[in-house]
Design a protein around this ligand. Sequence first.
Ligand code: TXA
Ligand code: MG
Length: 351
Amino acid sequence: MQKKTETQKKTEILSSTDENLEKAAQLLRGGGLVAFPTETVYGLGANALDPAAVSGIFAAKGRPCDNPLIVHISDVSQVYDLSDDITVPARRVMEVFWPGPLTVVLPRKSGVPDVVTAGLDTVAVRMPDHPAALGLISKAGIPVAAPSANSSGSPSPTTAGHVAEDLSGKIDAVVDGGPCRVGVESTVIDMTLEPPVILRPGGVTREQLEAVLGPVETAASFAAGNAEAPKSPGMKYRHYSPKAEVVLVTGEQPDEITRKVSELTAKYRCRGKRIGVLASAETAAKYKADAVFDLGSRGCSEEIARNLFYGLRHMDMQGVDIIISEGYSETGIGAAVMNRLRKAAGSIITV
Ligand code: TXA
Ligand code: MG
């Protein structure tokens, strides 16, 4: 008989009432693992100051230990418990974008456990803009380390149901706050570098950041001019991947993209594959596939972002073999959409 290595937990699904948030806060204080909604995606939280609790996050997700976690706070003053070297520009972005989808990388104070930062001398901090997240963190009275609440490698969860699909039996509770408003993760900006470097595009756009900070670099532009790449350990891993293979079709002309997606759909179906198409509202009706999911209007990147992870997970539920996705403009939050699609894709075709 195979030895059982993990004990199953009974995962409670809690609505986000005040009473339930108090219960979830107690679980966190006691070293438990609680998934909670944020405006970006659901997070899997543990007491950031308790190394054993934080280790539980890595075990539940199957996450590599060298990928550091974001510490979530409910009040700006808590940032001084995590870092004692906060520059004027860092303070400024926190004032402008918090609470909100911006994670700020700062020099780390010695009290922050190694397991949280994967041994780096920096710590990533964010104040989420969701009443249940803020209520939970403030009731718990501790900083909360939380990655996205998915199994490592799979698309991030934007509903409590997604969290349960991946982590039921492995965590203590999920606070259900309904679907996430932004739908892609926070922007991660390294404020220890001058100019600051966007390590991961996300809910706050480069354009918004530059309006406050002046020019910022992206991880790609920084890497091109420096021998040493900025430290973003998470970016090297497989990410956001559904079970089906993803083919991304990019290009300048939407008509060309549509033609190529249709051609590929016909070709793969001929070979007996089940095909799902992630389409825009403008083109969804044009495709003859086994499943078509409308991500929203091409003209509204916010809508595409909100529906992206939902769409990828929906396709897995439909049991398709291959997901073909249209590509989108990279401006605004489109940069985050395309970053996630590129990482999810096994192949990228440019027309
Ligand atoms: O929107 C979000 O950011 C969500 C919600 C739950 O807040 N969280 C999230 O966490 O996306 P996660 O663990 O899936 O992604 C965190 C990213 C990873 O790419 C990680 O490598 C990077 O942040 N990161 C964390 N600490 C860092 C540090 N000290 N220096 C550089 N990158 C860091
Ligand atoms: Mg993640």
